[in-house]
Design a protein around this ligand. Structure first.
Ligand code: DGL
Length: 266
């Protein structure tokens, strides 16, 4: 492992929550981030399509010199991680297993809630990862498809956010869960609004933070300050705008790239 960059991909801007944690913990690593803004959202798409997109995204990062691939997108991690591991020669880290490990270590009641996109919840990847660690734990999943547009609209503190969160979460709250996994890149941005509904007795697990432990086991300490490179497949300006909110700073290196075949002539 040398001064090659860490590669991170997501379906769009949400994976910047993972980027932010990694940048904080590894200030000297170069990072290449790819957000597939032309094809977001992945959540409602079929596993086959998400696998296909994920392979293209990872290949782009490998071409950019990535020494390790972080699959920041929960939907991709849920359905494409094994495919990526089988075809790539570099280590691949998804967000599901780290999130599951953190959740299992925190629950006392043995009842864990998972929220994510339709694709993530339907895949039952979190349930499998959790019950592999402890088969006695009961897992309750709930997809919350309106959370992503809420965040993209910048409405995390808007009054409608509270109503929508309450509507989605009330079936989980009835199950007496004591841990809730925020199983989607965008949900950490709703953390305060979610905790206002869930209260103090439910611990929220942010997979973005959980990934750090896995990375610590792999990366050596770099000495010189790390650089950031951002690529998207569409809508640079929207990405720039939301990124400045999530990262609390302006991003400089941002470029649009095309993946796969295209019939569109620029
Ligand atoms: N990045 C996706 C995830 O974490 C959320 C947005 C989407 O549906 O593409 O599952």
């Amino acid at each position: 492992m040398n001064k090659q960059p860490i590669g991170i991909f997501d379906s769009g801007v949400g994976g910047l929550t993972v980027f932010k944690e990694i940048r904080k913990r590894f200030p000297n690593e170069d990072i290449v981030y790819f957000g597939d803004t032309a094809r977001v959202p992945y959540g409602p798409k079929s596993p086959r399509t998400v696998v296909d997109f994920s392979i293209q995204n990872a290949r782009f990062l490998i071409q950019s010199g990535a020494k390790i691939i972080i699959v920041a997108c929960n939907t991709s991690s849920a359905v494409a991680l094994e495919h990526l591991e089988s075809i790539l020669k570099v280590p691949v880290i998804g967000v599901i297993k780290p999130g599951a490990r953190a959740a299992v270590s925190r629950t006392k009641s043995g009842k864990i809630g998972i929220i994510g996109t339709q694709g993530t919840i339907k895949s039952e990847a979190y349930t499998r990862a959790i019950t592999e660690l402890n088969p006695d734990i009961v897992v309750y999943g709930k997809s919350c498809p309106l959370f992503v547009p809420l965040v993209e609209e910048g409405w995390e503190d808007h009054s409608v956010a509270g109503m929508i969160i309450e509507e989605y979460l009330s079936p989980l709250l009835e199950k007496q869960i004591d841990v809730l996994v925020l199983g989607c890149t965008h949900y950490p941005i709703l953390k305060d609004a979610i905790s206002r509904i869930t209260g103090n007795s439910i611990e929220l697990i942010d997979s973005a933070e959980a990934v750090i432990t896995d990375l610590e086991g792999i990366l050596k300490t770099e000495k010189s300050p790390g650089k950031d490179f951002f690529y998207v497949s569409d809508n640079e300006e929207k990405f720039r705008l939301i990124a400045s909110r999530i990262l609390e700073k302006e991003i400089i290196e941002l470029q649009r790239i095309k993946l796969g075949e295209s019939w569109y002539i620029d």
